[in-house]
Write a protein that binds this ligand. Structure first.
Ligand SMILES: Cc1cc2nc3c(=O)[nH]c(=O)nc-3n(C[C@H](O)[C@H](O)[C@H](O)COP(=O)(O)OP(=O)(O)OC[C@H]3O[C@@H](n4cnc5c(N)ncnc54)[C@H](O)[C@@H]3O)c2cc1C
Length: 554
């Protein structure tokens, strides 16, 4: 009896674990660096090897989302993109959805030649696209799934030849010609206002049945529909044109359902096709951030310098290489950045510092040439070559993995975490390095310029520019702690804004930093004591706080 109880208990336990795994609602993860499942038949994953050949000269259009897997707004947008792909999967012979991860080093040049400094960005490439035509793809505004589908419908109508025909049927077009064209097919008209998208969406939804169906849009006030004496509340109206008689007959559809789906159902039933509602309905990719599985992370209090080096690698091989040509302003921004790194980065050895000193000197010579009009702009390939050459002479560490900034899954934390840590550290080292009664607080101004020019998460960047617009008034030149406290406060306001967001790692909830458990002294009557906070930050981000990670398995 006791044995039977035990077996029963184990069975229940197994079922609980199995079911909780089965229905886990955590955000989906696809390998190290992808927000999209490469095996999803509705979203093509492109890369530098197939980008051009896939899109060029195709009879269908392409709509491509350029993203970076670490970018919070790309993560937030991913469920809408997946939903859209599911929603318009029947449109594939007219338009295909694709993605390319611009954070992948291999794809940097492809994204740059598509003129993508910031992500997420969506481009629409009309059918029979030719990359050497000199034409530019159309930038699609981001929005909800409905807004995206609406935009796509408009773009297809504007750029496609008449197949599928999304135009309104001419009032004078003779009924006989319509019925003749449609011999052996069922003919439907969707009566609606000119600006309505329902008719076009139904035509696109059912395009795969074009051998059996002719579906056209008609203006609701056109002579085609006179007999119905319509008013606007009855729109859209679905009518069928029988083979003989040519007199349109109204077709009822389920008004309580989504209009587009309801019209689809009725038309499909007329040709004896039934669709599985569940397969075309979107099931939300829930992203309730729950802790799932076992995540073991290294000591969260310890700072590992590996992450600062990985951050520099990301910047040098990807983030700064987003433009084709660099203007004087961009070169100046870059040179301020490299000089700041040279001065204040807690390098482990001096040759790494020389790398940045040399790079700064090269950038200065570009600046001189630009100032004297010897050069109109610095081509990116010159920069890439100079950085590569320097890397050969002064090797910088290239860590494989995030340590301090490791998330509980590859889609969390990483680059943005390391970028904050980098700038906090630079403000602290500037403070301790520059002696005298006041510092010039250059680091935070350099940071603002760098984020403006080279932080490719478009909306993070826009928020940051906005939130720091008053920097000149906020930095108190005579206060030694000013930039350390300023950056801490800006970071905390970002933490406050995005706390509880789907991009938040459940193991690293956004809190006002430092929490009392880290620094009791930083609080006074429940409020921050900024003097104590500054001291805490100086201690936390000082050079000796940064250690190299020793992998216990190697
Ligand atoms: C300039 C910038 C702007 C951003 N804007 C946005 C945005 O608009 N929307 C968005 O969704 N994401 C934005 N991000 C990303 C976001 O801030 C986080 O980096 C991301 O969510 C990963 O969070 P995390 O848990 O790794 O902690 P992070 O916030 O990245 O912090 C990294 C580490 O810094 C320490 N820390 C935390 N707060 C402070 C503080 N106040 N002072 C000092 N140290 C601190 C902690 O040890 C923490 O683990 C931005 C990132 C940067 C660098």
């Amino acid at each position: 009896m006791i044995v039977a109880d035990k077996i029963f208990f184990q069975l229940i336990l197994f079922l609980i674990v199995f079911l909780s795994l089965l229905f886990s609602t955590a955000t989906p993860v696809y390998g190290q660096s992808s927000l999209y499942d490469p095996s999803n038949p509705n979203i093509l994953t492109l890369d530098s090897t197939n980008f051009t050949t896939t899109i060029e000269s195709q009879s269908n259009a392409f709509v491509v989302q350029f993203y970076k897997h670490w970018c919070p707004y790309c993560k937030r947008f991913a469920p809408a993109w997946r939903h859209l792909a599911e929603d318009i999967k029947a449109w594939k012979s007219v338009v295909k959805l694709a993605v390319i991860n611009c954070a992948d080093e291999e794809n940097v040049a492809t994204c740059r030649s598509a003129a993508i400094p910031f992500v997420p960005t969506i481009h629409f490439y009309p059918s029979y696209w030719n990359f050497s035509s000199g034409l530019l793809p159309i930038v699609v505004k981001k929005g909800t799934v409905d807004a995206l589908r609406n935009n796509l419908t408009t773009l297809i109508a504007a750029t496609s030849p008449k197949d599928p025909d999304l135009t309104l049927i001419e009032p004078l077009e003779h009924r006989i010609s319509l019925t003749n064209e449609s011999l052996g097919k069922k003919v439907f008209l969707i009566g609606e206002k000119n600006e309505s998208k329902v008719g076009s969406e139904v035509i696109l939804d059912l395009y795969n049945f074009k051998d059996q169906l002719t579906i056209r849009r008609a203006n609701w006030q056109s002579p085609w529909l006179d007999q119905f004496e319509l008013n606007e509340t009855q729109l859209p109206i679905l009518v069928t044109i029988p083979k003989r008689g040519f007199v349109p007959i109204a077709v009822q559809y389920n008004q309580s359902k989504n209009t587009r789906r309801a019209i689809n159902d009725v038309i499909l039933r007329s040709i004896q096709v039934t669709i599985n509602a569940s397969s075309s309905d979107f099931t939300t990719q829930a992203s309730n951030n729950v802790r799932s599985g076992n995540f073991s992370y290294v000591n969260n209090n310890q700072l590992y310098i590996d992450d600062l080096y990985k951050c520099l690698q990301q910047i040098l091989t990807n983030e700064i290489l987003i433009y084709d040509t660099y203007s004087l302003e961009k070169i100046n921004s870059l040179r301020n950045f490299t000089r700041t790194i040279e001065r204040y980065f807690p390098f482990a050895n001096s040759s790494e510092r020389i790398f940045f000193a040399q790079l700064s000197t090269l950038l200065e010579s570009h600046e001189t040439a630009l100032l004297t009009n010897v050069s109109a702009g610095v081509p990116v390939n010159d920069l890439v070559k100079q950085i590569d050459d320097l890397q050969n002479d002064y090797t910088l560490p290239k860590p494989d993995e995030w340590i301090t900034c490791r998330g509980s899954s590859p889609i969390y934390r990483g680059y943005t975490c390391s970028l904050w840590l980098l700038w906090h550290t630079l403000t602290v080292i500037e403070h301790t390095t520059v002696s005298g009664p006041s510092t010039d607080h250059q680091v935070v101004f350099t940071m603002r310029q760098f984020i403006t020019d080279f932080f490719s998460c478009e909306e993070c960047r826009a928020h940051f520019i906005n939130e720091t617009a008053n920097i000149s008034n906020e930095i108190n030149q005579s206060d030694h702690f000013s930039s350390i406290v300023w950056l801490w406060s800006i970071h905390n306001s970002v933490n406050r804004r995005i706390a509880g967001d789907p991009t938040e790692d459940p193991y690293f909830p956004k809190v006002q930093f430092p929490e009392p458990s880290r620094c009791m002294k930083c609080y006074h009557h429940g409020k921050f004591n900024e003097n104590q906070v500054a001291k805490f930050l100086i201690n936390r981000y000082k050079p000796s706080s940064w250690v190299q990670y020793q992998n216990p398995n190697s």
